[in-house]
Design a protein around this ligand. Structure first.
Ligand code: GDP
Length: 324
């Protein structure tokens, strides 16, 4: 990308979009087009079409999505499938009509089949059924990938799709019912420490294993891929390393400085027992992550504390967090 290129980051107020904007600014890209949800509703086809026709960006990062943890996914399926389908249809088709030079669509590791061999290789896409707890989100994201591939085949668009592993970082969502495991645990352990609670409850058995990537590392990967990747095939972004949720809980307790007991609530779902990406393709291109889990957790915790000084917990939840 030319440093003067006009770049639209869809979802720039969310965790991933704001990390992409920080990285673009750090690398000296000054011509960014950004719209809050109030300014541009990405589920509104006409508004998105008009926006593209007027602004004519050259590059697009699609970081706008309805996202959430295992509980939000299984209790709000309609929002997860409808909003994601609408946003990606509008943005991808709008980008094609406006002659965008390159677009990067972000999927997720949950697009892979529940029973796929681990680590998850890109070619396992659609080789089986997704994990039921997040199937709604997964089906929408798979449709987004296929949209990019179809527009490449039929119209020659240089639209690529990257699949990040589980993410965390600055600007995460801390709503207990909607959040992913890292912000949920940071908050639970922090509140337990302040309240002098003897125990913290972690959902599930503690045995599922997950891989976590710091959002700023994903942002670096996105810029890297825009410059170095132009294939129809999806590409994974992660560490290729995982740990058990029980180990993660121990690490979070240590970082927060909580010394009480950790108990597991097996009435809550475990989801996939293991999710680890095969990252050999992106590694072969010359990219690797930089922020290790301990360092990243400390950065995320610092951000949570900083935001809490200015906001209240209810302001750190998705209803108030313009992720799109
Ligand atoms: P997933 O990768 O789609 O399952 O997303 P999550 O980040 O929501 O969950 C990852 C794992 O952490 C699952 O096995 C959850 O059951 C477990 N987990 C443990 N405690 C919590 C919690 O307080 N919130 C969430 N969201 N997950 C938790």
């Amino acid at each position: 990308m030319d440093k003067r290129a006009k770049i639209f980051v869809a979802g720039h107020r969310g965790m991933v979009g704001s990390a992409i904007v920080r990285e673009l600014q750090r690398q000296g890209y000054g011509n960014l087009v950004l719209r809050t949800r109030q300014e541009l509703d990405l589920t509104d086809q006409r508004a998105v079409c008009e926006f593209f026709g007027r602004e004519r960006p050259e590059y697009v990062f699609v970081a706008a999505a309805r996202v959430g943890g295992i509980w939000a996914n299984s209790t709000r399926p309609a929002e997860f499938i409808y909003e994601n389908l609408a946003i990606q249809n509008n943005v991808i088709d709008g980008a094609y009509r406006a002659g965008v030079r390159k677009l990067l669509f972000l999927g997720s590791s949950c697009i892979y089949p529940r029973e796929a061999p681990q680590p998850l290789k890109e070619e396992y896409l659609l080789a089986g059924r997704p994990e039921p707890t997040n199937q709604w989100y997964a089906v929408a994201k798979i449709a987004g990938i296929k949209l990019c591939q179809a527009y490449r085949r039929q119209y020659g668009c240089d639209f690529i799709a990257a699949m990040p592993t589980n993410l965390y970082g600055i600007n995460d969502n801390y709503d207990p019912d909607g959040s992913h495991v890292i912000p949920a645990l940071l908050r639970k352990f922090h509140e337990a420490k302040l309240g002098g609670q003897p125990a913290v409850t972690v959902w599930g058995s503690g045995r599922p294993r997950r891989e976590f990537l710091y959002a700023d590392d994903l942002a670096r990967a996105c810029l890297f891929l825009i410059d170095n990747y132009s294939e129809e095939e999806i590409i994974n972004v992660g560490w290729g390393r995982d740990l058990a949720i029980a180990e993660l809980a121990g690490l979070v307790a240590e970082i927060v400085g909580y010394g009480g007991e950790i108990v597991f609530d097996t009435d809550k779902p475990d989801g996939m027992m293991l999710k680890r990406l095969d990252v050999s393709r992106i590694t072969a291109l010359g990219w690797r992550p930089l922020v290790g889990l301990r360092e990243g957790l400390q950065l995320a915790y610092d951000d949570m504390l900083r935001r809490l000084v200015f906001e209240q917990w209810h302001d750190l939840s998705p209803a108030r967090q313009p992720g799109m």
